[in-house]
Design a protein around this ligand. Structure first.
Ligand SMILES: *Cc1c(COP(=O)(O)O)cnc(C)c1O
Length: 420
């Protein structure tokens, strides 16, 4: 499908008059609609809840919008827990899905009464040692082998560091029941950025069958199944996009096939989506700084991989629109680059684009998840601002850009100390 930015040239000019590029901008109306569509797709399940994966877009304004739409937070670290708490999100609105968990992190999650999602069976002893065994505990499953949809191998759980085996889960449940735990959840994350409607239903059926076996083996009450993240988005215009209604319906059919007949139809479905909730509703807005003609044509932006790491790290495709030239013919071939001293700092390689002029405003699409949050300070590049395009058409700065003072904040000297 043709990719159309949610930002017009006119609006972008209004914003850049106050907030210099580069910045990430988020579309409030789009985010709210997506959350509503997700809840509608799973409305058949009484306890359904989305715990937004905070690592995708760790901004309190975004977390608050999602919270208003009924979503909680999926946190993995102490600082993510603090961010959720500072946003007013705590208790059973938090899923704590960590691994290699430091004691401080686990204590914070327990103090906040978050759902604890244990990555490993040895973490039962860890909870005992900390003196708090919650009445509900989630366990992360790793089935080993490969994970396939139809004839396509999606990923290799046997090579993944996460989760525990079925035997270990049964052992952990038995021990936790001795220690007083009453309810259990089951979690697995087996494939990332899937764009078929079959991922969640296939995963759900595996986890439903596992839930039945674990209940039969231990007598435990399974309270929820956490399908985690992994529903993807169409980064490329020609890619299919997921149909969340079909996904919800697919999960419902598996639920009625596996759980309802054995009387386990009080199980709530949880999700921990990050990318699906936010990616399409973020743009990285940047200005063309330079042209360069050597063996290829280069267009240099004021944004770089420190603002969006995915192309450099994974060779990921991100669509690019030149604002005001949305319908212009794509009669130029450019490498679109940032200014890091790293040759992989390219947002696009030999991409057909309209003619780009110095000063043009450029939108890099689908940066709302795993965009700003993967940013870093290499080469002394500073993290950008984040802006919210509000549902009423106004805009709001929701994180200022870093300054050299921020870069120097962890030293005991300041940027201007050695002047004169
Ligand atoms: C990263 C992550 C998610 C979110 O993944 P998406 O691909 O953004 O949906 C959810 N749960 C856990 C445990 C994760 O690590």
């Amino acid at each position: 499908m043709k990719k159309t930015p949610f930002l017009t040239l006119e609006k972008a000019r209004e914003i850049t008059a106050q907030i210099p590029t580069p910045f990430h901008i988020y579309d409030e109306a789009g985010i709210r609609q997506r959350a509503r569509d997700l809840y509608a797709a799973f409305s058949w399940n009484k306890g359904f809840k989305e715990f937004f994966a905070v690592k995708a877009t760790p901004n309190p304004y975004i977390l608050k919008i999602l919270h208003e739409e009924g979503c909680g937070c999926d946190c993995a670290t102490y600082t993510e827990l603090l961010l959720a708490q500072a946003t007013g999100i705590t208790g059973r609105d938090i899923m704590f899905s960590s691994n290699v968990t430091p004691e401080q992190d686990m204590r914070q999650a327990l103090e906040m009464n978050a759902y604890i999602n244990l990555d490993d069976a040895t973490h039962v002893e860890f909870l005992e040692r900390l003196g708090t065994v919650p009445d509900t505990v989630c366990l992360r499953y790793n089935p080993g082998g490969s994970f396939s949809l139809g004839n396509t191998i999606m990923d290799m759980p046997r090579d993944a560091k996460y989760g525990m085996t079925e035997d270990q889960m049964a052992g952990a449940i038995n021990r936790l029941m001795q220690l007083g735990t009453k309810h259990f959840g089951i979690h697995a994350f087996l494939a990332s950025n899937t764009t078929t409607n079959e991922y969640y239903p296939t995963l759900a059926e595996q986890l439903f069958r596992l839930a039945v076996r674990l209940r039969n083996a231990t007598g435990a009450h399974i309270a929820f199944i956490n399908l985690s993240g992994g529903v993807g988005v169409d980064y490329r215009p020609e890619q299919p996009s997921c149909d969340i209604k079909a996904i919800g319906e697919g999960v419902r059919q598996r639920y009625e096939k596996v759980l309802t007949p054995v009387g386990m139809d009080d199980i709530a479905i949880f999700t921990e989506l990050g990318r699906y909730m936010l990616a399409p509703f973020g743009h990285l807005v940047s200005t063309v700084l330079h042209h360069k003609h050597i063996y290829r044509e280069y267009v240099g932006l004021d944004a770089c991989a420190a603002n969006l790491m995915r192309p450099a790290m994974y060779g990921a495709y991100h669509h690019i629109t030149v604002l005001g030239k949305e319908n212009a013919i794509l009669d130029h071939v450019y490498d679109v680059i940032g200014g890091l001293c790293e040759n992989n700092d390219k947002f696009a390689i030999e991409r057909s684009l309209p003619r780009m002029d110095i000063g043009d405003l450029v939108v890099i699409h689908d940066t709302g998840a795993h965009g700003f949050s993967m940013g870093y300070n290499y080469n002394g590049k500073l993290r950008s601002a984040e802006v919210l395009l509000c549902a009423d058409g106004s805009f709001q700065l929701i994180r200022r850009a870093e300054t050299p003072m921020d870069y120097f904040a962890t030293f005991d000297i300041t940027p201007f100390q050695f002047h004169n």
